[in-house]
Design a protein around this ligand. Structure first.
Ligand SMILES: [Zn+2]
Length: 325
């Protein structure tokens, strides 16, 4: 029997380009990555890195490769060819597919990174078998995606699923999008770090464990450090995660009103906290759900694929576009 077709997935981050050769079961069988030199996010620099990574992967396999999928953090047009706006890259209306198609002889598809992660969770992870799925990715901000009946809902202009900028607190914390009180100012990794640092800055005796973990250096506090402290029994770190979880549940209750999914899958770095985050989120979700007690409740699940979800999903979406299941 011949080898089923593989696809290459590329995850473009702010400081690196990570690629993988992915098989039909979502397994990454070969990896390549390049750090962005001088943290440059100019389109040409990133394109060169993508081509480099693709060539390395193609050179490392005899298997048939049918397509290249790219997951980018930003607004990607619904035609899956153009990155319209990427806040963390210096890209504005960047025709990425066209630019790459001139340099690699394979079909290229570009997607939003959260769409790619959602697809990966639906195909191979926590969303398997779900007909109506909403993914929420808690990173430095909040990304998201919606799937109905096995299709990503991209919206008319490709921008559906940008849940992070729903306003949950009028007049609240300022957001880089220009508004105040956006959800991602309350329920993201950045929010967790901001709250942990402000607690330490207040010189609260409750923060003794956190202070000790960073040797008194407030700027060294990160999400993973708070999570580790909570897992090792620091009650205030657990409280910080519960607070983020509470805000997460409020946003999910709003999303349930808009999309009525069967499951929410929660991914991104902060989701590594597992039930320390998700149990408070479930509780808050129930408390804020419209018509609670009189409607079926969506399940809130942790993502399974962790940090390779974007890469795996981008590859599998590209393969699905070329080789229909
Ligand atoms: Zn915002």
């Amino acid at each position: 029997m011949s080898t089923p077709p593989r696809a290459i997935g590329i995850d473009i981050g702010g400081t690196k380009v990570a690629g993988g050769l992915v098989d039909e079961h979502g397994q990454v069988i070969l990896r390549a990555r390049r750090d962005t030199p001088h943290r440059s996010t100019a389109p040409r620099v990133v394109e060169d890195l993508i081509v480099d990574v693709v060539e390395e992967l193609l050179g490392g396999t005899e298997d048939p490769v049918v397509a290249i999928g790219i997951g980018a953090a930003g607004f990607v047009a619904a035609d899956r060819a153009t990155v319209v706006f990427a806040p963390h890259l210096s890209w504005r209306h960047e025709p990425l597919r066209e630019a790459l198609a001139r340099r690699v002889e394979l079909p290229v598809f570009v997607d939003n990174d959260a769409n790619a992660a959602c697809w990966a969770e639906w195909r191979f992870g926590a969303g398997q078998g779900e007909t109506h799925l909403v993914m929420v990715n808690l990173g430095t901000g909040i990304g998201g995606a919606v799937m109905n009946d096995g299709r990503i809902q991209r919206g008319r202009f490709g921008i559906a699923g940008e849940f992070g900028h729903m306003q949950v607190m009028p007049g609240g914390h300022r957001c880089e999008c220009g508004n105040r009180g956006c959800w991602e100012q309350y329920a993201s990794g950045n929010a967790l770090v901001r709250e942990a640092r402000s607690l330490v800055m207040a010189q609260s005796p409750l923060a003794a464990d956190l202070i000790a973990r960073v040797g008194g250096d407030i700027s060294a506090i990160t999400g993973p450090i708070v999570t580790e402290a909570a897992e090792q029994g620091d009650p205030i770190a657990a409280e910080l995660l519960a607070e983020i979880g509470g805000w997460l549940g409020i946003g999910l209750a709003n999303l349930a009103n808009a999309f009525d999914p069967g499951s929410f899958v929660i991914g991104g770095g902060v989701s590594a906290a597992g039930d320390l985050l998700l149990n408070p989120a479930r509780e808050s979700f129930r408390r804020h759900l419209a018509g609670r007690g009189y409607r079926p409740e969506a399940r809130i699940k942790a993502a399974k694929l962790r940090n390779e979800a974007g890469l795996v999903g981008a590859a599998d979406l590209a393969r699905a576009a070329v080789v229909p299941a």
